[in-house]
Design a protein around this ligand. Sequence first.
Ligand code: ADP
Ligand code: MG
Length: 660
Amino acid sequence: MGIEDDDGNDTGALFQIEEPVAPMRKTTVPGRGIGIDLGTTHSLVAVAPCGEAPRTLGDADGRALLPSVVSYIGETPDVGWDARAAQLSAPTRVVSSVKRFMGRGTADIEFQHPYRIAALGDGAADVVRLEVGQGRVVTPMEVSARILEVLAARAEEALGETPTGAVITVPAYFDEAQRQATKDAGRIAGLTVYRLLAEPTAAALAYGLDKGGQGLFAVYDLGGGTFDISVLRLRDGVFQVLATGGDSALGGDDFDRAVGEHLLREAGVHTPTVLQREQARVAARDAKETLSTAETVSVQWEGGPALTLTRGQLNAVIGPIAERTAAPCRGALKDAGVRARDLDGVVLVGGSTRTPLVRNLVESIFRRKPLSDIDPDQVVAYGAAIVADELSGYAREGATLLDVAPLSLGLETMGGIVEKIIPRNAAIPIAARQVFTNYSEKQTGMMIHVVQGERELADDCRSLARFDLSGIPRLPPSMARIEITFELDADALLTVTARELMTGVKQTVEVKPTYGLSDEDVDALVIESLDNADEDFARRNLAEARVELGRVVLAVSAALTEVGDVEGILVAEDRAAIVSALADGEAAMAPTGPTEHHEIVAVRERLEHVSEAFARRRMERALLAGMEGMSLSEVENTIAADDTLDAKRGSHEAEQIEKI
Ligand code: ADP
Ligand code: MG
């Protein structure tokens, strides 16, 4: 399987790695995997032992939902309902919605929150750390780990045994850093993380939508603080996330605040204190939830008057907020290239989709009744449990799951041009490989610069890692064969390997991104690339033309110096023509040179043309002297001994990596 680049060239061999159906761990026991929905507002754990129907596991009071809230008021952290109740009294020492901080750097935290962020130490990785009182400082990964520990303990009690591994769900748009942070949280909690799973995929699995073998689905997830819309395609039993969208600052909390304000007005409180506002918000949340099944509800908070709220009043307040989910839905359909009527189903996820007004809205957006048989709070955990059961070794008939790479991954090549190795939205896991070559024979090393983003030039993309491949032999320009492999695993975590094929010199780097790319960044990067597509394309073309010209100028002038005046290889009039074309070439490369790519191409073509006979005679002589009886292609094959390599041919012969 190959990926076509813009000019329709095959940019390199690309092969798919097998989906890791079961991790090869000796401790794995079928039926002892657990699925965890690590939510912004609530988290849950579910099991589906050996193909049983999935079920969530409750606490001692039978409550399946665990508020994703950790209190650091006492000596030991407290997780869940009591922590949530304590939030009013000590908002800075009780951490909620920690998912928003996962994988973020200090500069990315632009949303409102009540916490003090600890200063970055010298040389410390840019990981947000929250000050939670009494000198205690915690990372978001640790806070999440406390939540995971409580859920794992629940599972251990219910199963009567230690779980062998967990599947943890993440939003489909989570980037490398956010996924890595989630995995780290699992490890801190002492869990073996089988894999991460996209939340919408989990929900679709819970509905058994994979059973049909084919289909197109939308998953509408309105939680406490976030709204996510995803479009999935199921083909030959394989799920693929076609598009994602949403609003990371829109959810049931916004309903609560708006209803709280309404209640305060009803109560005649025009300048509420902070406490009154909080009391009204909490009362509003309870009232809102009750109104999903009741028509009216009475409301009162400590020191406040007795009020009533009807469903009609609720709808009037929250309607305009809920409407804001419509535009991202249409956007996601458009991105996926499908129309609402092409869908085979719409799945409801998230506590806020219990609200009748939201259900009606979803029905009108997608012009069909959404699937709502499974509790929208539990559906993601169910899907995770099914996959965890499978990964624990229980052989279930069913789907292989695919997620997509949220942004393109590539390398910086000569001239600062990005060569995309794994395109955005490629189904993962995936491995892609491409062969590069050297630019000059002085080169004994290459700098490998890995970037993420949609733009054509490396400067405009996000830098993920730099490393050197050193100790490669000196070879004539374009003769070295450097094979670069990108492996993106099922969790969308990247490993890059660079290997010089002749010597086998090899360098492998696990790309540990610096924490800190927000989903707004991801959106912005994608939008930016669309906005700049034409201009980028022209700049890329120009940069490419310059690189090609530079390579030819370098090769020809080196050859001229080398042959000196050896008769029979270079006749006088050829030499004069070549020297003049070389001068033109050098002038064209200067900053004052032409800025249109076709002008540069013309200069290069003339240089190639006038030096063609010279190059041929020189090559023949080299062959006769060094490797008698071998054709040029045989020479090349000897050098590139690996028959699986697939270098670019033609005028794109191979890309060059910046020399060091
Ligand atoms: P998250 O995915 O962010 O963890 P959830 O899916 O748990 O969020 O959704 C939490 C939100 O759902 C909260 O705003 C809560 O008030 C709301 N919610 C829970 N139950 C109901 C209900 N019966 N009716 C309306 N909203 C509800
Ligand atoms: Mg959720």
